[in-house]
Design a protein around this ligand. Structure first.
Ligand SMILES: Cc1cc2nc3c(=O)[nH]c(=O)nc-3n(C[C@H](O)[C@H](O)[C@H](O)COP(=O)(O)O)c2cc1C
Length: 156
């Protein structure tokens, strides 16, 4: 299975750390949004789109990439993020714009992953930030299990 991860992780490289766990399980290549030639995406069996959550959304470079990619017939994709706050409802909402864009291009979202990430945005930097040490070992373990389960779902 040929897999690609498209990642934008600029704040503390939190999402990049999660992507590295996926790399090991999926043997995936990792690229930044600006390194992608939209036409090359059809070469992959699975594409993961991941970033931190900024202003309630994935990074704008990923969102505009989703606008520019060609339509596919039933491409496999997944969405992943790290954020200051997570929770089923919040994560579903944070991922919603990306999910809608990918689905409109014919991608099936196999699954979605989120965990907490160290955050020193705005005034938080004066107080040592929040979620220090996240993602942590437990997050990496959950990411690993998530990736193995996703492979199982695709191969069913
Ligand atoms: C400009 C900015 C805006 C952010 N907005 C949100 C937000 O709306 N919701 C949230 O839960 N976290 C928010 N965060 C926290 C980040 O999502 C979190 O730190 C994430 O792990 C950063 O990922 P990265 O290190 O991969 O860039 C924001 C951080 C920054 C720098």
């Amino acid at each position: 299975m040929k897999s690609l991860l498209i990642v934008c992780s600029y704040h503390h490289h939190n999402t990049e750390k999660i992507a590295q766990v996926f790399v090991k399980v999926l043997n995936a290549q990792v690229k930044k949004p600006h390194e992608i030639n939209p036409k090359e995406l059809s070469e992959y069996d699975l594409i993961g789109f991941g970033s931190g959550i900024y202003g309630g959304k994935l990074h704008k470079s990923l969102l505009s990439l989703a606008d520019s990619i060609p339509h596919v017939t039933k491409g496999n994709a997944f969405i992943f993020s790290t954020a200051a706050l997570i929770g089923d409802t919040k994560t579903t909402k944070d991922h919603s714009l990306m999910r809608e864009k990918l689905e409109s291009k014919g991608y099936v979202i196999i699954d979605e992953f989120s965990c907490k990430g160290f955050n020193t945005n705005s005034f938080l930097k004066f107080f040592g930030g929040m979620n220090k040490g996240r993602p942590n070992a437990e997050d990496f373990k959950r990411a690993e299990e998530f990736a193995y389960n996703m492979v199982k779902k695709i191969q069913k």
